[in-house]
Every structure is written in C-alpha cells, then in structure tokens.
Design a protein around this ligand. Structure first.
Ligand code: ZN
Length: 325
C-alpha cells in the first residue's frame, strides 16, 4: 500500500501521464501508448496501476460533481471519441457515458457485466435494518439485455465492493492485453502485484473496521451498501432518499429522530452534497460528523487501493474521534 501511495499524481483536468511516445514517430510497437477513458475516478484508480507512463488516462465526470443526473457536454463527447478503451461501471450511475459509448465502436468494459452474479437492490426507504436488508436485498444483474427498470432497482455503486473490485483487475488486464498483445507480460506482472496488494489491504481493513461493526451510522446518500456488507457495518439510514433531490425539512426532522432513537455515532457527509441544513440539525447533538468520499471527488487521481484506504480511514476517523473535517 505504501508503495502505491507514493505514486499519487496531481493532475489538471484529470489527465494522468503525458503521451511522450507515439507510434507515429517511429517507436516500436511495445511502447504504443493507450488512451483510456473512464466514467468516474475510482475506475481510473483501478486501471492506472496497470498502465505505463506513456499511456494516458482521462476521467469524464467533472471533479466534485455527483454522477447522479450528470450529463455529457460536447467536450466530453470529443474526449470519449478519442479513446482506445472505455471503462465504465455499467449501472445507472454512469448511464450518461454508456449511451454515448454505444454510438461508437471503441472497445469497452462495463464492470457490471464483468462478473454476472448477485447484486444488491437499492433500499427504498431512508431508514434501514441491517438484519433485514442483508437477508433479502439481492438482485441479479445480467448485462445490457435487461431493461432500464430492472437496472434502476439495482444499487449501482458496485465499485465500492472491494472483493469484486479485486476481481475486476484481472478483467481489465485482459482487456488491455487484447488491445496491446505485445505488452501482455507487463500487464500481467502488474496485475499480479495489484491483486496481491489489494488482498493484503482487504485483510488489514477487515481488522481495522472490526471494532466498529455494531456502531450505528447515517450516510448522506445510499452509496455504501457494498462497503457495509463486506465489512459487516451498521448503517441505519441516509439523509437523501434520492441523490438528485434535496431532503425536505420533514426528512431532516426524521433523520434527527433516527439519530436519537438509534443512538447514531456518526453522520457522514459527502463532498458532492451541500451540508448546511445537516449541520444545523446536528448542532447541539452528541453525534460525530465525518466525511466519506465515494468517488475521489477532489480531482486528484490515485490508485484504487489508496482511494479505498482513504474511505476506510475516514470512516474509522469519525467512529474513533467523533469528527473528521
Ligand atoms: Zn451515488
């Protein structure tokens, strides 16, 4: 983990790396660059450790924006059309990119399709019961062929499932190997490193999170189900019932009641959502205010493992210290 953390890049406009070598100026095929475009930052974090410094990597979602309700502008379309490879979540979260990708013949990978297995359904209410939803909230995802309605019922934040994300590294590596067969050995070697490191990290996170498994907490919007389930955490509700609609005064009051009734330890805000009203509700209450970033919203691209570590440490920070500004 420490080695990867050193690779943090600060980039403007979400570009990683500079294409200093190109096939046109006589470079041999083993250094033919790839231009990869992803919908949201955590996916860039998945593919980034597999790439070379002469490859380029671009994220479509603007820094700090919520992907819910996001729309592509013509500049995004141009960026997308220049890609050699598109990496998308494949759920309702980045439907805005899938629609455009469908009109191109650029090779793509949708992570939702990469492992066809049980998925969690979105939670309909804003208050949750751990025992209940873990027992029954499973849906089946089977790729493109199924209707928008079925897809809309699935919790689309699948990149927060650490176990599946580890499995996707192999899928992404395979796609890169097909695009640049002459570089296959490099991709494979990096894939093995990244997977081994993620598996070790998951073990460490499990141990770090274990003491907080029963502590009730509230999140800003329902994005963390896959995180909660893997680590056995106890989310009891979300402030936003719908991430595209600001909570009503009545909803805020309900949350206040939940905080008291459930003995909530932490409320986690998010960089993508305004929190003024929430802060006023929490004033005078003995509840910690933390911050979770499910997207890597600050425009700084980091490897997925570092992104996930930040999420885990932010979670623990509030649980342990009561706040995490
Ligand atoms: Zn979300």
């Amino acid at each position: 983990m420490r080695r990867l953390l050193k690779q943090i890049f600060i980039v403007s406009c979400c570009w990683l790396g500079v294409s200093s070598v190109s096939a046109q100026n006589g470079a041999d095929s083993s250094t033919q660059p790839l231009h990869v475009v992803t919908s949201i930052p955590p996916l860039a974090g998945l593919v980034y450790p597999l790439l070379d410094e002469f490859d380029t990597l671009n994220v479509i979602l603007d820094a700090g924006r919520s992907p819910h309700g996001f729309q592509l502008r013509p500049s995004h379309m141009r960026e997308l059309q220049q890609a050699d490879f598109l990496l998308m979540v494949g759920t309702s979260v980045d439907a805005w990119m899938q629609r455009t990708a469908e009109r191109t013949d650029i090779p793509e990978l949708r992570l939702f399709d990469a492992a066809q297995t049980d998925w969690l359904l979105r939670r309909e209410s804003g208050g949750w019961d751990r025992e209940h939803h873990h027992g029954h909230g499973h849906g089946h995802g089977h790729g493109h062929g199924h209707g928008l309605q079925a897809m809309a019922r699935i919790d689309g934040h699948i990149w927060l499932d650490i176990q599946r994300a580890t499995g996707w590294i192999g899928e992404i590596s395979l796609a890169l190997q097909q695009l640049r067969p002459e570089r296959a050995a490099d991709f494979q070697a990096r894939e093995q490193q990244v997977v081994a490191s993620l598996m070790a990290a998951q073990q460490a996170w499990s141990e770090q999170l274990a003491p907080f498994q029963d502590q009730p907490f509230v999140v800003m919007h329902d994005a963390y189900q896959y995180f909660e389930l893997r680590f056995g955490l106890n989310a009891v509700g979300a402030v936003y019932m719908n991430p595209e609609v600001a909570p009503s005064v009545r909803r805020i009051q309900e949350i206040r009641d939940t905080l008291v009734a459930q003995g909530v330890v932490c409320v986690y805000q998010e960089p993508q959502f305004p929190t003024d009203r929430l802060r006023s509700v929490l004033r005078g209450m003995d509840v910690g205010l933390g911050k979770l970033d499910p997207l890597g919203a600050d425009g700084v691209l980091i490897p997925y493992e570092a992104f996930y570590d930040r999420l885990v440490q932010a979670f623990i920070g509030c649980m342990r210290d009561g706040n995490n500004p």
